[in-house]
Structures are given as C-alpha cells and as structure tokens.
Design a binder for this molecule. Sequence first.
Ligand code: SF4
Ligand code: FES
Length: 258
Amino acid sequence: MSTITVEAAQGSALESEMEEAPPGSFVVTLIIRRFIPELDEEPRWQDFDVRVLPTDRILDALHKIKWEQDGSLTFRRSCAHGICGSDAMRINGRNRLACKTLIKDLDPSQPIYVEAIKGLPLEKDLIVDMEPFFESYRQIQPFLQASGSPVRERTQTVAARERFDDTTKCILCAACTSSCPVFWTDGQYFGPAAIVNAHRFIFDDRDEAAQVRLDILNDKEGVWRCRTTFNCSEACPRGIEVTKAIAEVKQAVLRGRP
Ligand code: SF4
Ligand code: FES
C-alpha cells in the first residue's frame, strides 16, 4: 500500500469515527498497570485512549480496550452490577468496583490510573490471587451453627435480625482488606472482610458458635491488629460500616456477645 493510500485510509477511519462518535462522547486516557508474567519481569504502565460517554463506567472502558485495542488485557468481572464482587481494583489510587465507578465521577480531563488491588499476590494485569483472602474467610466459619431440628424455620425477631443487618451486605470483593495498611505489611492478619463476616454470625442470636469465632479472632493476627484507620469503611462499595463492625467484635471478645 502506498503512503498516499495509507494516509487516505487513516483519514477516512478518523472521519468515520467522528461520524459514529455518539453525541456527548469524548476520549479519555486510561493508564493501566500491566503485568503479563510470560513477558514482564516487573509491572509496567500502559496508556490507552478510549472514547466514552460520561455515564460509562470504568468497566465499560476496560471492555472497549479489551475488545477493540488489546485482547490481552486481563481483569475479572461477572455481574457488571455491583453484586458479584469480582472487579475490585484501584482506580486513581482508591479501591472501587469498576462496574460501579462512572467516568463522570472521576476527572476525565486527566488520565485515569487503574491497577490491581494491593496486598495479594499479583497474577496478571488487574488480577490477584484471592486464595489468602478466602482462606481467612473460611477460618472464621462463615455459616450458621445451630443445634436441634426445628419443625419449621428458625424464627427471629425483627430487632434481632437488625442487629447484624449491615454485615449481611458483604459481597466479598476484598476492597476493604486490600485497602488496609496492616494487611499490606502483614498478610497473616485476618483482615476486615473476614471480621465483617464473623460479625454477621457472632451477632445472630440463632447461632451457637459465637464464642468459637471470638476465640479465633482473639489471636495475634485477629481483631487486635486493627489500627482503626477507616480505610476499610471508605473503600466498601456496599457502604458497610466496617470499622464499626470490627469495634463491636473487639467489644464482644472482651465482654462476650451481648
Ligand atoms: S466489607 Fe465491603 S469492601 Fe469488604 S469485602 Fe465486604 S463488600 Fe467488599
Ligand atoms: S462485575 Fe460484579 S461487582 Fe462488578
């Protein structure tokens, strides 16, 4: 192909993009921290320009990059609606769900930085190994433990259900745990999400294993590692009062479940 033909082709591609550009759309730059273990010794930053609408989410921009520019870009997502918890990532230095972060709520005149959550082993691009996170979750026994065989369901008053309502909302996205400076420096710490999920059962009056969980969390890697920095509460996409839940578990360790 001659130079003139290439230039003509580029010109017509640009014109065609201008024609197809949805009204109100604009180009934003995403700077993504890439790591492909087969190619990279260290993570590296890569820029992508992508046309978006203000109401697009970061997940939409990542999809456009993957589908139209670089199919090797790797990230987790499933529901795309803030329910499955699989797309927590650091966006402009703050843990958020990509599917709940609108471009217009950032400053699209500036590049948007996207990287994997911290404190867990980096596997590829925006994906970390979640196994240490889920191991802590499993250790606090996140299931109802109750004896007897009720004829019908185990009933509970509205007030008793309300006691742990906040912590039932957790979607296990790890945004809290991976924003915690104690977890960054000591991966053995149970972390906020495990304590939130322990809280959900410790304060359930149908459950009979509260003391077991309190003993587990009264460990040197348990609730006492929390330094009340509130990063976890700020990071939680479900608005759970994570630091408050940890404080209530500390109280229960000292005084027993009220
Ligand atoms: S408490 Fe919030 S931030 Fe932490 S794992 Fe659950 S939903 Fe995610
Ligand atoms: S993709 Fe499921 S929470 Fe974002």
